[in-house]
Design a protein around this ligand. Structure first.
Ligand code: XLS
Ligand code: NI
Ligand code: NI
Length: 442
């Protein structure tokens, strides 16, 4: 049975001059950019939850989307199979290589943990054969530790160790499933790992619990020989008032404190960066600089709204600087761009899913090509080299090697009557360099 019968075959690459609506203008998988195929740079993935499991409801209204595979009156396992058929048909027609899912998106929860696991395993085996025949791969798996009421006060950070234990079972099952499907990564997003009020919360106790949980997950990963990368997904708040995995720097400090830096990297989501008061560029640059870049959840927020709108990316300007950092850092290893994106509630038609993904993928593709021209051009790096040149000179070397302490440095300043003169940061000139690349590169 076909769910997307109006879309015949895979979306073609038609070039920037095309007037075909559902065609790629820039996403040309085989095009070589900076020595690598475009598809291998971007590693685009479709997410199961927003695209196939969600009916478009919001806190004020019911679902609006036309999703025949989500028939509430159907048998839950039958419905999960129909959803899987819809997902694979869509991914193949979109022509991308990856997808990601939570345990509960793929299979219905049973009335016991054992039943949930058996449901999951049935659907995972079915997914395995679809992956085999289509060549679609799993970018990452994850367990939903935030929707069920038992997780209202957190999963690993719950005051009740029984909830921690329940979460451990769910993650074990989902790590097994991810390994079975050859997943490239495993993600932990701590949606409820935070607090609503400090009046009832012990932050240090909860941090210790979270670290213990993450340590157990890493040990289990090695125990089963899973080779994917473990990723934490920072987000500052929503649904909780304050989430512990606030942003990349907070996660980095946490991993360092609990000796987990060798085991985890980050999955950066664009809209989470902006919710945290950062730019996406900032979060990516932080992760690249500190060796923790894992993967990206591609989406965008709305500058007028203070929540996670998860819209499809459509701004080349926003993505170019971040892609520049990713390329400069050597690109993704096991990560990719996962479309953790939601249609607007009024985009009810099934075809809207295609329009949204095609536009987002083209935006990423165009940003990649522009960023690569900036890397090649080297103007930005030359400016940085020049700006920090003093640090490879004698004074910089003496300071950083520890040769000079504060007193001897002060003596040196006084003795030589030091009077350094400020130099221009040249910001507008550099913004012009970026814009010229955006305007001229095809
Ligand atoms: C929610 C998160 C979620 C994770 C996976 O804000 O982005 O979708 O990516 O649990
Ligand atoms: Ni996400
Ligand atoms: Ni989000």
């Amino acid at each position: 049975m076909s769910f997307f019968e109006d879309q015949e075959g895979p979306i073609p690459f038609a070039g920037s001059g095309s007037d075909e609506e559902l065609a790629y203008r820039y996403y040309d998988p085989d095009r070589i950019v900076a020595g690598k195929r475009m598809e291998d740079h971007l590693r685009i993935g479709v997410c199961y939850w927003h695209s196939f499991s969600w009916l478009g409801s919001d806190i004020f209204g019911h679902g609006t989307f036309d999703r025949p595979w989500l028939d509430a009156s159907a048998d839950p396992m039958e419905a999960a199979m129909a959803k899987q058929d819809a997902a694979f048909e869509f991914i193949e027609k979109l022509g991308v290589r990856f997808f990601s899912f939570h345990d509960v998106d793929m299979a219905p929860e049973g009335s016991t943990l054992a039943e949930s696991r058996s449901n999951l395993n049935t659907l995972v085996e079915r997914a395995a054969s679809k992956m085999e025949s289509s060549g679609v791969q799993l970018l990452w798996g994850t367990a939903n530790l935030f929707s069920h009421p038992r997780y209202a006060a957190g999963a690993a950070t719950n005051p009740d160790p029984e909830v921690f234990t329940h979460a451990a079972a769910q993650v074990r099952h989902m790590l097994d499933a991810t390994a079975r499907l050859g997943g490239h990564n495993y993600v932990l997003w701590g949606g409820r790992e935070g607090y609503e009020t400090l009046l009832n919360t012990r932050m240090r106790q909860e941090a210790d619990q979270l670290a213990r949980f993450l340590t157990m997950v890493a040990e289990y990963k090695h125990h089963i020989g899973f080779e994917g990368t473990l990723l934490l997904e920072p987000k500052p708040q929503e649904p909780t008032k304050h989430q512990y995995d606030y942003d990349c720097a907070t996660v980095h400090g946490f991993l360092d404190r609990y000796d987990l830096l060798d085991e985890y990297k980050v999955n950066i989501e664009v809209n989470h960066a902006t919710l945290g008061g950062h730019s996406f560029h900032h979060e990516v640059a932080y992760a690249v600089d500190n060796g923790i870049l894992g993967s990206v959840d591609a989406n965008r927020g709305d500058p007028q709204n203070g929540w996670d709108t998860d819209q499809f990316p459509n701004s080349v300007d926003e993505l170019v600087p971040a892609l520049y950092e990713i390329l400069w850092g050597g690109g993704f290893a096991t990560g990719g761009f996962l479309f953790d994106t939601k249609l607007r509630r009024q985009s009810m038609a099934r075809a809207d899913l295609f329009h949204a993904h095609v536009g987002g993928i083209d935006t990423l593709a165009r940003a990649l090509v522009i960023a690569s021209s900036l890397v090649e051009d080297r103007t930005l790096e030359n400016v940085k080299d020049e700006r920090y040149l003093g640090w490879s000179g004698e004074m910089g070397r003496q300071i950083m090697s520890g040769e000079l302490d504060l007193g001897s440095l002060a003596d040196l300043a006084v003795g030589s009557d030091l009077d350094p003169s400020p130099v221009s940061g040249g910001q507008e000139r550099l913004e012009n360099v970026v814009n010229r690349a955006i305007w001229s590169v095809d």
